[in-house]
Design a protein. Structure first.
Length: 451
């Protein structure tokens, strides 16, 4: 796939207030590293243009760590909710420019996915079959795209079916990873009850990140080195958005769902240590999006170029030391993605349809000609030649829409125009091996083979 998927946030219907965590020890530093992989988008309510300066950040609060994982309480914040995760070591090669040799090798019979047919391939425990499910996030293994992960909240308030699900056969069968946790407040677990974002290392299928927040019992940034069978909480807070540098899986940005603005958390070693880039004056809390405005293929941006999307779109080119307000388009309290098209154009979801930037996020315009008005668009994705979007609340359901990647401004129904789903298209991912478009839509995981 020529286009580059850059960002993903979380399910809009899943968002309600939840707890925070301890303060970080203050010690000035900051900055970012020089390499990058996928990212997490902000969100918006729409009209483009550019506006004034957004102010300066603090330069960063450093949370340092030694070179080996530790027990609960071993971080500089010295609380029993956290441990020092095993350090991630950058490979020195850009993932976006040297991706893995992807394959599709299901462990059993994969689901039948005819071209042009939208199929619900999510797990089907009893509570989910009633329509009470809340599908929050998904990801596939970049090395073997038949391995899928899905974050599910089967029932608000708790359910034995809540948690992180895994399929090794393309979605035919599913396994819930773990079933309970004796102590949700310690630093180790084999069960995460409310995964909000998932990332899989393109060069190590066993290496995963998850953020958990909102109503989760074990909020924070979690790291697994065994394919999700066990986890270490590297940072304890109400965390949601997550962006992975398109060149370096060790370099991650994290945003918060908390009602106070925590700015941007950054790790350059996969959660072994963190730097907190504090929010400039005037920023809001409440589940904003973060993403890298960095596309190595089109040579735009770098690992220090980021976007934050709350009430406005904010941009930094110096890893959070200073910020510029680049658009008055506000963010959705929930889910958006950003995506670099094959020609280097950057797209983002928003509260008023797709957004489009031809200058790497310095200015933005609405791109919704042909789409139903009055709804939100959580995410845009492409397959290298076509873009895909689906509107929510306009009213539902709305059809899957498409536009040529070299256009992105005029949209038309995909296929016969009857592929629709409640709550639109959230966290879309395109698998270039199978030509399957995946997305969550609050109720389940949907899949369509687009060609």
């Amino acid at each position: 796939m020529r286009g580059t998927f850059v960002g993903v946030l979380m399910s809009a219907a899943s968002l309600m207030a939840c707890g925070g965590s301890e303060n970080v020890d203050k010690a000035a530093t900051g900055g970012s590293s020089g390499a990058g992989t996928g990212a997490i988008g902000g969100s918006g309510a729409a009209t483009g243009g550019s506006s004034g300066m957004g102010g300066s950040g603090s330069g960063g609060t450093s949370v340092t760590a030694p070179h080996a994982p530790g027990a609960c309480g071993s971080t500089d914040r010295s609380n029993n909710f956290e441990a020092r995760a095993r350090a991630c070591v950058p490979s020195g090669e850009c993932m976006a420019l040297k991706p893995p040799q992807a394959k599709y090798e299901p462990s059993g019979e994969a689901p039948e996915l005819p071209v042009g047919k939208l199929v619900d391939i999510g797990p089907k425990p009893a509570e989910l079959e009633t329509g009470a499910g809340n599908a929050l996030t998904m990801a596939f293994d970049p090395e073997n795209t038949a391995i899928l992960y899905l974050g599910y909240e089967a029932k608000i308030g708790g359910s034995p079916y809540n948690g992180l699900w895994k399929s090794t056969d393309g979605g035919s069968t599913w396994k819930l990873l773990g079933t309970s946790d004796a102590d949700f407040f310690d630093c180790n677990s084999n069960y995460l009850d409310l995964p909000v974002n998932i990332a899989v290392d393109p060069h190590d299928s066993q290496h995963l990140y998850v953020t958990e927040g909102v109503r989760g019992a074990s909020n924070g940034f979690w790291v697994s080195w065994d394919g999700g069978e066990s986890w270490i909480r590297a940072y304890s807070d109400d965390l949601t958005a997550m962006a992975v540098d398109p060149c370096d899986f060790c370099h991650v940005l994290v945003g918060s769902h908390g009602t106070y603005p925590v700015g941007v958390l950054e790790t350059k070693d996969g959660g072994h240590s963190f730097t907190q880039h504090e929010a400039p004056s005037g920023w809001e809390g409440g589940s904003y999006g973060v993403s890298f405005a960095y596309d190595p293929k089109s040579k735009q941006g770098d690992a220090s170029t980021w976007l934050v999307h709350n009430s406005k779109m904010r941009r930094t080119t110096d890893a959070g030391a200073t910020w510029t307000d680049v658009s008055d388009i506000g963010g959705i309290h929930g889910s958006t993605t950003t995506y670099f098209a094959a020609d280097g154009t950057l797209y983002s979801g928003s509260g008023a349809g797709p957004l489009r930037s031809s200058d790497n996020g310095m200015t933005w315009t609405k791109s919704g000609d042909g789409l139903s008005s009055g709804g939100v668009t959580y995410g845009i994705i492409g397959d290298g030649s076509a873009l895909y979007a689906m509107v929510d609340n306009a009213p539902p359901p709305q059809p899957l829409m498409t536009s040529p990647e070299d256009d992105g401004q005029s949209w038309a129904p995909y296929g016969s125009g009857d592929l629709d789903a409640p709550r639109g298209m959230m966290q879309p991912h395109f698998d270039a091996v199978t030509n399957i478009l995946y997305f969550v839509n609050n109720t389940s995981l949907m899949a369509v083979r687009v060609r």
